[in-house]
Ligand binder design. Structure first.
Ligand code: PEP
Length: 236
């Protein structure tokens, strides 16, 4: 039985002060049956780990794939591993805005694993790809290349259809489950948790997470407000 996990992706939101206030609020809740992780901006990681109850995990939203050196502005696995249990890699915003491809995602996942940080590897098709019937092909290619030479039992996968991210238009539970089942077949692991991401809210969380192969959620917009994030966790 895979334990559900709900992961907040705050993106470029929340000051350290705001992150701490969020942690103080969520610390009051005892009744979650799922794992919970907060993926915060780099500057908040240390303080968040200090304040957040140890029942909850801290994660980063990105990482660089080299160990150290002349990479101005980048952050290494060594720098974050003291605070982070997880790191998101391959988010569609990194793929689209920062032009990261599957090879880069693969290297980032590997350096994270090397340092004992669990990568949350994101994949998903664009609207154009879905509408032209290419969803399975895209998902298959992303899996093949971003997970090359990686032990899939050591990672978390996140299926995030790009057309559902930040749009308010979530995949239906059936649409999501179809792709989650495909991902599970392709990775060949019953142990690996596969999260759904894309406009998850307290109102749709239950239906999505009741699906056989949906093991939790990666939550953007609705994770910024502590009440709505808690609502999602309670529905997991
Ligand atoms: C995300 O960015 O990972 C995401 C799922 O965003 P949202 O929940 O806002 O669609």
């Amino acid at each position: 039985m895979r334990k559900k996990i709900v992961v907040a992706n705050w993106k470029m939101n929340k000051t350290v002060h705001e992150a701490v206030s969020f942690a103080n609020e969520i610390n009051k809740y005892q009744d979650f049956r799922c794992d919970v992780a907060l993926c915060a901006p780099f500057v908040a990681l240390s303080e968040l780990r200090n304040v957040l109850d140890k029942r909850f995990h801290v994660g980063a939203q990105n990482i660089y794939f080299e160990e150290a050196g002349a990479y101005t502005g980048e952050i290494s696995a060594t720098m974050i591993k003291k605070f982070c249990r997880f790191v998101i890699v391959g988010h569609s915003e990194r793929r689209q805005i920062f032009k990261e491809d599957d090879q880069v995602v693969n290297k980032k996942a590997k350096i994270a694993l090397k340092h004992g940080i669990t990568p949350i590897v994101c994949i998903g098709e664009t609207l154009q790809e879905r509408e032209s019937g290419k969803t399975s092909e895209v998902v298959q290619r992303q899996i093949l290349e971003s997970l090359k030479d990686i032990d899939v039992t050591q990672i978390i996968m996140a299926y995030e259809p790009v057309w559902a991210i930040g749009t308010g238009r979530n995949a239906t539970p059936e649409q999501a489950e179809e792709i989650h089942a495909l991902i599970r077949r392709l990775i060949g692991s019953e142990k690996t948790r596969i999260l759904y991401g894309g406009s998850v809210k307290p109102e749709n969380a239950k239906g999505l997470m009741q699906q056989k192969n949906i093991d939790g959620a990666l939550v953007g917009g609705a994770s910024l407000d502590v009440k709505s994030f808690i609502g999602i966790c309670q529905n997991a």
